[in-house]
Design a protein. Structure first.
Length: 270
């Protein structure tokens, strides 16, 4: 039997992604990742497309612009509300559903294409999320997922924060594992054919220093905000996390640019 996260953990995740300003992160730093998944899946006009853990619609909006009949689902309604406004500005119609990636509220084989752009990787129980993505994809339909890699910059950021954050609940898996080819092959296993992977890079030129990167993520990015909040008034630990993130950022900035690696996985449902 596939394990899913507890209601308490889901509530914590929902609250975490409502913190800060993830829409700013998505718009300013990684706007092209959703488009890359849509392009990799070759979405055609009229196809039914589901964006899992859609956030503010980074994949759902490009899918709709490509002519897909798009549905965006996410655990955090605050992000969906922002996405709905963005879709209206883009002139596309999308269905926005508050939904859990580990228990999607759709019938079997409901969609021609199921995608996720640095979203489903944050569902705590990877097996459950993968099973759900497979379940709602029709036989012969396509799946496309983009995830930060463990060795890439954001994977390193999570590793740097790990000693300062509360231990993960039993059964929860590290998000960057979705960026490991062997792990994703294990997740989808016999449910797909023609699974292909491609490492890609986001070029980020928004930060002049590691300290500037750190302060941006402290203000805008839910997981970083939660890591700092868990330290409470422990000034020594806060200072240590400050140093760790600034040093990580400084080490990644070359000629005023950073390279953030992610993995694009595509497959066809058996």
């Amino acid at each position: 039997m596939t394990t899913t996260a507890t209601p308490e953990l889901k509530a914590r995740h929902r609250a975490m992604w409502a913190l800060g300003d993830y829409a700013r992160v998505a718009d300013e730093l990684v706007p092209d990742v959703g488009q890359s998944v849509v392009d990799a899946c070759r979405i055609r006009p009229g196809e039914r497309v589901l964006d899992v853990a859609a956030g503010t619609g980074n994949a759902a909006i490009p899918a709709a612009l490509a002519g897909g009949v798009a549905t965006a689902s996410d655990l955090t309604p605050e992000l969906l509300a922002i996405g709905e406004r963005r879709a209206a500005d883009a002139g596309v119609s999308i269905t926005w559903d508050t939904a859990d990636a580990e228990a999607l509220p759709y019938v079997d084989a409901a969609f021609d294409v199921v995608v996720s752009a640095i979203g489903v990787m944050f569902a705590p129980c990877h097996d459950a999320a993968a099973v759900e993505m497979l379940r709602v994809t029709r036989p012969g339909g396509r799946i496309g997922v983009a995830s930060w890699t463990p060795a890439g910059f954001i994977g390193q950021m999570f590793a740097a924060m790990k000693p300062f954050a509360p231990p993960p609940p039993e059964g929860a898996q590290p998000p960057p594992l979705w960026g490991d080819e062997a792990h994703v092959r294990d997740l989808f296993d016999a449910g797909v054919r023609d699974l292909a992977v491609e490492a890609r890079t986001v070029m980020v030129d928004a930060f002049a220093s590691g300290a500037e990167f750190r302060d941006y993520f402290k203000a805008c990015y839910g997981p970083t905000i939660v890591a700092y909040r868990s330290l409470g008034d422990d000034a020594e630990r806060v200072a240590a996390l400050d140093r760790a993130l600034a040093e990580l950022g400084d080490g990644a900035i070359v000629d005023h640019r950073m390279e953030w690696e992610y993995l694009v996985v595509t497959a066809t449902r058996r």
